[in-house]
Design a protein around this ligand. Structure first.
Ligand code: 5AD
Ligand code: SF4
Ligand code: FES
Length: 363
């Protein structure tokens, strides 16, 4: 039973396990600068208590823009025949990973469209080499793969996997991701859990047809999944997609989603997304002050960046990784935070709740 905003905020933060959808909708619906600031301040305090002041950097290497999926919101969708496509060879991916380590990054995120050109053996060998020859934590963001693939990658040395559930609204999911289903997505997430990955998920905020109640369900789902990592960014329309003329998602609403996610999943690593920086010049800093604690600079060689066009006019498209690292350090220090050192694993990783051993999870 939701009450006034203040009462709901206090109750949800104090006992997130018992938060109901109506409570979360009440928080997501809050209007007015002062009340929103109250939500963000509380999320920020919980972030400080659970995760500290360090902002962790994850270097994202977009190694293939081929995708066999056809998501209505994404410029890389298979039906976008106007998209230019590229693939980095495993050797080149390894060189970029080494460059990331040399730049002082603790984590590399290997990201691509759903591209079966990289088969199980190719990727396993690459992952094993990065694990052996660099100190990097390895995060995969490859979309939907078979159980055998996910197992092989974990055994090869991958530590984490990002697989956003995108939307918890079954009908919206079916409409926007043809030939896919939410239940399959959730099955994949449970496999990742079973295999001992640190698991990341999240949603897009502001999809056409999405409601506050569906966003509340998204956040609830992240808690039920007990995720170690969250990415929730605003929808940005890409002109060459069926949603090309839709309105973009709202920066304010995305900040509220980030903040409420922090209340419900206090010890998750939550990203201040590049999509936020794309819609607002201080988008990432705002997210970092509303519950987020991770930023994901781009490691992709500049000559390929424009061809990885999930949405247009992405922030930092023409900036070198070195430039962005300097820029981010300044932005992070300007808001009174520090740059994270090391890999920045989930706090659960150290307590053994998620194990470092492939295929096991102690609970
Ligand atoms: N706007 C914002 N985010 C998007 N994604 C895909 N298309 C868009 C878009 N138009 C996100 C999805 C996906 C990730 C690679 O990018 O959440 O998981
Ligand atoms: Fe492919 Fe991911 Fe884009 Fe969907 S969101 S089309 S799976 S790259
Ligand atoms: Fe890329 Fe500022 S973070 S230019």
């Amino acid at each position: 039973m939701p009450g006034t905003f203040d009462a709901v905020l206090k109750r949800v933060a104090g006992d997130p396990a018992r938060a109901g959808i109506a409570d979360l909708v009440c928080l997501l619906a809050v209007e007015g600068a002062e009340r929103q600031a109250q939500l963000f301040r509380l999320a920020d305090a919980i972030r400080a208590r659970e995760m500290g002041d360090a902002v962790h950097l994850r270097g994202v290497l977009e190694f293939s823009s081929y995708c066999q999926a056809d998501c209505y919101y994404c410029g890389l969708r298979a039906s976008n025949s106007g998209a230019k496509r590229y693939r980095l060879r495993p050797e080149a991916i390894f060189e970029q990973a080494k460059r990331g380590a040399t730049l002082g990054l603790g984590t590399i995120v290997l990201q691509s469209g759903e591209d079966p050109w990289y088969d199980r053996n190719t990727l396993s060998r690459l992952i094993a080499r990065i694990a052996r020859e660099t100190p990097l934590a390895i995060t995969l963001s490859l979309g939907e793969r078979s159980y055998a693939d996910l197992q092989a990658f974990r055994e090869a040395g991958a530590h984490r996997y990002l697989l956003k559930h995108e939307t918890s609204d079954r009908r919206l999911y079916r409409r926007l991701r043809p030939a896919r289903s939410l239940s399959r997505r959730l099955r994949l997430l449970s496999w990742l859990r079973r295999l001992g990955y640190q698991v990341g998920s999240g949603c897009i905020v502001g999809l056409p047809g999405q409601t506050l109640s569906s966003l509340a369900q998204d956040i609830k789902m992240l808690r039920d999944l007990d995720v170690e990592m969250v990415g929730a960014g605003p929808f940005i329309p890409h002109p060459a997609t069926p949603l090309g003329t839709s309105e973009p998602g709202s920066v304010d609403l995305t900040l509220k989603v980030v903040a409420v996610t922090r209340l419900l999943v206090p010890s998750a690593h939550i990203a201040a997304t590049t999509a936020m920086a794309t819609l607002h010049p201080q988008g990432r800093e705002l997210a970092l002050q509303a519950g987020a604690n991770v930023v994901m600079p781009n490691l992709t060689p500049i000559e390929y960046r424009r061809q990885y066009e999930i949405y247009p006019a992405k922030a930092c498209l023409d900036e070198t990784t070195e430039h962005c690292l300097g820029c981010l350090r300044g932005r992070i220090e300007d808001i009174g935070r520090t740059l994270g050192h090391g890999r920045g694993d989930s706090p659960k990783w150290h307590t053994g709740e998620v194990t470092g051993d492939a295929g096991q999870r102690r609970r």
